[in-house]
Design a binder for this molecule. Sequence first.
Ligand code: FPP
Length: 264
Amino acid sequence: MEKHLEEFFPAGTEEGRLLLQVDLDRLPRHVAVIMDGNGRWAASRGLPRAEGHRAGSASVHEIVEASARLGIGVLTLFAFSSENWKRPRPEVGRLWRLLREKLTKEDGLLVRNDIRLRVIGRRQGIPALVLKEIDRVEALTRENRRMTLVVALNYGGRAEIVDAARRILQDGRISPAKLDEKAFAAHLSTEGLPDPDLLIRTSGELRVSNFLLWQIAYAEIIVTPVLWPDFRRKHLLEAVLEFQKRDRRFGDVRSGGERTGKRS
Ligand code: FPP
């Protein structure tokens, strides 16, 4: 076992035993997560909702590092949706403050683990101080290669598709006949990244909530009842193991249809 894995998933622990079952050559290349349940986690302890988000940021720290060490290429986290503005103003304010604080204080985690940050979502609307930190940490980690951490902020899947369509029309360089899926995807905010193979949603809700609508076309979806602040590295390993049991056919009748190019 490689040292960087052994340290994080020690032999003899539950995590160590789960890791032994994972096929490291068949990891999902891209894992996307809808981090849900922070509010319920806080309510069940009689705490304000903001405390749930703070506890959720500890899960973010652990899952980011665990994913990088495992060898997952891209991890995308849904941190603030375009619909989250409807929440009470104090909660919205605290969420942005927390996100700014994490960007400021967690840059070392990204640097130490060779992780590149990429933020997706509409910049317009994001508080200026948060934008400043986004720009700083994206620039700081630009050359990092081990994993790309995509954080979706002020993000909505439909808005992203509309923005892509707008850009294509404004550019006017692609004729309607030439516009295919590849050309369209090149105008999305995830341009250059593989589509998620695995979408995890915590807290048991069976919805995709306007997240990566285009990109999750063939993602395996795993919903766990665990609330996000309780989600730890062992839950990530369990999700990866469940993913590795799935028979991915991409519309083909045979497994691995992706490689035959016959999606339907
Ligand atoms: C959903 O739980 C969670 C959010 C809207 C915010 C997620 C943000 C974090 C975990 C903060 C840290 C993030 C980063 C990237 C550092 P909810 O409030 O909808 O929970 P509920 O459904 O139980 O009410």
